[in-house]
Write a protein that binds this ligand. Structure first.
Ligand code: MSP
Length: 502
């Protein structure tokens, strides 16, 4: 069978501060999607990394009295450390100060320059220091830009406007290119105005932390023109043609909704100019909010969701983030909703099912998985639901509805718990041990299948469940449970949490 390839990226993160929930969320999401695809047998390339150039990083370094490179070298391990803690299985970690990337940026610039898509011009306009770019009169009047000043400068421009029509056509011809649909409409709305050219240089006299323009050494490259190219550096644009051909175009660029224009307008026009195909999908997710505020750096005395990892374990945080955010919409983080979700789904449903089956098999079968006898309609029903879960989860994952996939799995777990309550194998065992065995086999097999489905989201805990069930095999087919296997004794996987007093 031909394997599908799946190339997924996260944004590369600015190293102006330590990592926060926004960084962690997208990276966990990419990891979960990668793991689902790997489990389906796809070949996966998962790229993440750091955006190390530009004014924000330069300013952050200055504030710490370090050179920008020292500052980046100091912060990079914190991101890597967090990825390790979060169980992120990336395939490549790119830093834009790496030689391989600088070479790609300079080659790309030279290519667009040689093709006549770059020109120098004197430009006077409003410049947002915070956004690091010239803004239009309308943008200025919108009041949403800080640190604005009038700036007159000679700079290099990329003929982005030239590709406007081609981009609009592409968006119309490829409905899945920008997702969800609301973001697609936003981009099409933006493209109703004439698309100007893009200033892609910064004079070194003003901002020197960037990649030199190959055709004018007095300038460095605008940080976004540099950063976006990471997506082709990763798979080997210059270094390894064979690998590049294999992986490009990317299957999904995951991004937050605030960086939609750079990804859905700048990046495709750059790719047009380079003569490269466009990514299949750009998917913009919403924000994690606390109240009405976007969670970003440390929010004073408010709980930092990443601190929850040490207290409640990485898997519960991964589960919460995947379950609570409907992809594309904003989600609200509250300690209360975290504890509620944990207690209901993980402690009461998933953890409880494991405790029940292992306890009952321990008591009635000395811990050995029983044989199943004749299956009644009740067992057949559980089996059917467990078999149906596979296409359901696949569909939800392919449609980027991870909250839906989690819900489907949890529904089966709840159903099995109900089945156990109704069948009461603890009573049945007293008169008909064979029948009790059939019930417990059915419940344990359904639990095993759910654990395999939940594995990409909770790799530690699901591995623990599969170890307890003495089942290293990861298949989701009914019948994978080894009869006669000895269950291992275990602690509660998800001890109930106390709801903190207000
Ligand atoms: N360096 C650029 C990306 C370049 S990609 C070629 C950048 N970096 S960032 O570190 O500022 O932000 C990275 C991502 O974090 C963005 O996708 C942004 O949407 C996301 N988040 C930051 N805060 C967030 C939340 N509170 N919630 C969810 N994601 C948010 O932009």
């Amino acid at each position: 069978m031909k394997k599908n390839k799946f190339y997924i990226t996260t944004p590369i993160y600015y190293v102006n501060d330590k990592p926060h929930i926004g960084h962690a969320y997208t990276t966990i999401l990419a990891d979960v999607l990668s793991r689902y695809h790997r489990a389906e047998g796809d070949e996966v390339f998962f790229l993440t990394g750091l955006d190390e150039h530009g004014q924000k990083v330069q300013q952050a370094a200055e504030a710490r009295q370090l050179s920008p490179q020292e500052h980046c070298d100091d912060l990079a391990p914190r991101f890597l450390g967090l990825w390790e803690k979060l169980e992120i299985q990336y395939d490549d970690f790119i830093r834009t100060t790496q030689k391989r990337h600088i070479a790609v940026v300079q080659q790309a610039l030279q290519q667009v320059y040689d093709a006549g898509d770059v020109y120098a011009d004197e430009y006077e306009g409003w410049y947002s220091v915070a956004e690091e770019r010239f803004i239009t009169e309308t943008e200025k009047d919108s009041g949403s830009f800080r640190d604005i000043k009038k700036l007159k400068e000679r700079n290099w421009f990329f003929r982005m406007g030239k590709y406007q029509k081609k981009l609009i056509d592409h968006i119309h011809e490829h409905p899945g290119f920008i997702q969800p649909g609301q973001r697609r409409n936003e981009v099409l709305g933006f493209l109703r105005q004439p698309l100007g050219d893009l200033c892609i240089s910064r004079p070194k006299a003003r901002m020197g932390w960037g990649i030199d323009l190959p055709f004018d050494k007095d300038y460095v490259t605008y940080v976004w023109f540099d950063a976006l190219l990471n997506y082709i550096t990763g798979p080997g644009y210059l270094a390894d043609q064979k690998s590049f051909k294999k992986w490009w175009p990317a299957s999904v660029h995951l991004i937050g909704k605030d960086i939609l224009t750079t990804h859905a307008v700048y990046w495709p026009t750059m790719l047009f100019a380079l003569g490269l195909p466009l990514p299949e999908t750009i998917f913009a997710h919403g924000w994690w909010l606390m109240g009405k505020t976007k969670i970003s750096k440390s929010l004073g005395n408010i709980v930092n969701p990443l601190d929850l990892i040490d207290e409640y374990g990485v898997d519960s945080v991964r589960y919460y983030l995947m379950r609570e955010m409907v992809l594309g919409q904003d989600a609200n983080f509250t300690m209360e909703s975290f504890i509620k979700r944990y207690n209901s789904d993980l402690a009461n449903d998933f953890g409880n099912l494991l405790n029940r089956v292992s306890g009952l098999i321990g008591k009635n079968f000395d811990g050995f998985v029983p044989e199943h006898g004749k299956m009644t309609d009740e067992e057949d029903h559980i089996k059917e639901e467990a078999v149906r879960l596979d296409p359901k989860v696949k569909k939800s994952v392919s449609e980027m509805r991870l909250d839906g996939a989690m819900e489907d799995i949890l529904q089966l777990i709840r159903q099995v718990n109900k089945y156990l309550e109704y069948q009461a194998p603890w009573k049945v065992a007293k008169t008909d041990l064979g029948r009790a065995g059939t019930i417990l086999y059915t419940a344990t097999e359904a639990l095993r299948i759910c654990a395999v489905h939940l594995f990409p989201v909770m790799p530690f805990k699901c591995k623990a469940v599969l170890d307890i069930l003495d089942n290293a095999g990861k298949g989701t087919q009914w019948g994978g449970l080894k009869k006669g296997a000895k269950l291992k004794s275990h602690e509660a996987l998800f001890p109930r949490l106390e709801v903190p007093k207000q």
